[in-house]
Ligand binder design. Structure first.
Ligand SMILES: Nc1ncnc2c1ncn2[C@@H]1O[C@H](COP(=O)(O)OP(=O)(O)OP(=O)(O)O)[C@@H](O)[C@H]1O
Ligand SMILES: [Mg+2]
Length: 366
C-alpha cells in the first residue's frame, strides 16, 4: 500500500526541485521495481532508523522500507481551473492521490522569477485555494446534475449521494474547502470516487532559503505562512528544496558533514515524509525474518487481521493469531528468541489493535 501524495503550488516555487530531491533520495537506496512509474511519479523509501536496528540483530538478506509515492504536477496559475496554463490538465493527476503537499515559496531570490511579482506566501495560498476550490466546484456541479436526474427516479442511493454532494457543493460555493463540509462517514464513502481535491488532507511546505535553515521563523514570509496554516489547522514544515536536492547529489558518506554544516540534524525530506505519514494517520509495523526485515504501512487503529491483509489478502481471510513483540522489547532482548525467553512475545487475536513498531508474525489458514 504505497501512499500517494500530490505536489501542488504556483509555478517556479520549487516543486520539481523538491520532487527530484525526494525521488533521488528514494532511488538511491530503493530496490523497488517500477521505481519511476511515470516521469512525474516517484516512489520513495520512508526513512525509519528502526529498520537498521532490527537488521543489526536479525542479519537479513534484505531490508525493505515502507514506500510512499509522490506526484509532481505542473505549476498552477490563476485561472488554472478554467484551463489557464498547463496546470489544469495535471490537476486530474492528483485526484487519485491520498494527500496534497503544497509547496509555498518563502525564499527571497531576485534571480528566481515569481509569477506574481514578489514573495507573498499568504497570497499564494489563496490563489491555489481558489483554483482547487473552483476545480472541485466544477466537478461537484457536474456530478450533481447527473445524479439529481437519477435520484428523481426514486433511487435511494442516488438520493443519499445527492445529499452528500450538496454538502460538498455548499462548502465549495462558499469559498471553503470541501473538507470543511459537515460530512458523515457515510457521506465521505459516497463521494470518495469523485476525487475532490479539497477533501484531501494537506501539508504545507514552506520552501525557505539555505540561510533560513537555522531559524526558519526569522524569515517573515515563513512566519506568515505558519500563521496562515495555524488558522486553517494545517500542518506546515520548513524545507530548503534546493539544499535538499544538493544533499541527494552527494555520496551517502558525505551527507552527514554537509547536513551539519547546514544546521540540519537529518535531511528535511525525512521530516516531510514522516509528516505526510502523520497527516494520513499511518503507522508502521515490522516483519523480521532472516530473509527480510520489512516495514509495512497501516492506518492507526488497524487490527491484527487488517494489518496482515497488507501483506496478502489471504493472511487476513485465514488469520488465526499473531505473535507480537514490541519494538523496544525486540531490541532490548536482541531478537525473537531473547524476547520469547523473557516472556515478551505475546499471542494476540483478531481484536488486537496493532501498535506502531510492533514486530509481527502471523499464523493463518490457507
Ligand atoms: N529553497 C530555494 N532557494 C533558492 N532557490 C530555489 C529554492 N527552491 C527552488 N529554487 C529554485 O527555483 C527555481 C524553480 O524551481 P522548480 O523548477 O523546482 O519549480 P517548480 O515549482 O517545479 O516550477 P514549475 O511549476 O514551473 O514546474 C529553480 O531555479 C530552483 O533552483
Ligand atoms: Mg516543476
Amino acid at each position: 500500500m504505497a501512499v500517494q501524495c500530490g505536489i501542488v503550488g504556483l509555478p517556479n516555487v520549487g516543486k520539481s526541485t523538491l520532487f527530484n530531491a525526494l525521488t533521488r533520495a528514494g532511488a538511491a537506496s530503493a530496490n523497488y521495481p517500477f521505481c519511476t512509474i511515470e516521469p512525474n511519479t516517484g516512489v520513495v523509501d520512508v526513512p525509519d532508523s528502526r529498520l537498521d536496528d532490527l537488521a543489526a540483530i536479525v542479519n537479513p538478506q534484505r531490508v525493505l522500507p515502507a514506500s510512499q509515492e509522490f506526484v509532481d504536477i505542473a505549476g498552477l496559475v490563476r485561472g488554472a481551473s478554467k484551463g489557464e496554463g498547463l496546470g489544469n490538465a495535471f490537476l486530474a493527476n492528483i485526484r487519485e492521490t491520498d494527500a496534497i503537499v503544497q509547496v509555498v515559496r518563502c525564499f527571497v531570490d531576485g534571480d528566481v522569477t515569481h509569477v506574481e511579482g514578489g514573495v507573498d506566501p499568504v497570497r499564494d495560498l489563496a490563489i491555489i485555494d481558489t483554483e482547487l476550490i473552483i476545480k472541485d466546484l466544477d466537478g461537484a456541479e457536474k456530478a450533481l446534475e447527473r445524479h439529481r436526474k437519477i435520484a428523481k427516479s426514486g433511487n435511494k442511493e442516488s438520493q443519499q449521494l445527492v445529499a452528500a454532494l450538496e454538502k460538498v457543493h455548499g462548502a465549495l460555493d462558499g469559498g471553503a474547502w470541501a473538507s470543511t463540509a459537515d460530512l458523515y462517514k457515510e457521506d465521505l464513502a459516497l463521494v470518495k470516487s469523485f476525487g475532490f481535491i479539497t477533501l484531501k488532507p494537506m501539508l504545507l511546505v514552506g520552501n525557505i532559503s539555505e540561510a533560513d535553515i537555522p531559524d526558519p521563523m526569522a524569515n517573515p514570509h515563513y512566519a506568515a505562512l505558519v500563521a496562515a496554516a495555524a488558522q486553517r489547522g494545517c500542518p506546515v514544515i520548513p524545507i530548503c528544496s534546493k539544499l535538499e536536492a544538493e544533499i541527494q547529489e552527494l555520496a551517502p558518506e558525505e551527507r552527514p558533514l554537509f547536513l551539519e554544516e547546514a544546521g540540519l540534524s537529518e535531511p528535511g525530506l525525512n521530516r516531510l515524509i514522516q509528516a505526510s505519514f502523520r497527516l494520513l494517520n499511518l503507522q508502521t509495523y515490522f516483519t523480521a525474518g532472516v530473509k527480510e526485515v520489512r516495514a509495512w504501512t497501516i492506518p492507526i487503529g488497524a487490527t491484527a487481521p487488517q494489518s496482515a491483509g497488507v501483506i496478502h489478502t489471504d493472511f487476513e481471510k485465514g488469520f488465526i493469531r499473531a505473535q507480537v513483540i514490541g519494538f523496544e522489547d525486540f531490541i532490548a532482548h536482541k531478537g525473537e528468541q531473547g524476547a520469547k525467553e523473557m516472556g515478551r512475545m505475546r499471542s494476540e487475536g483478531k481484536e488486537y489493535v496493532v501498535k506502531d513498531g510492533d514486530v509481527m508474525h502471523f499464523l493463518f489458514n490457507v
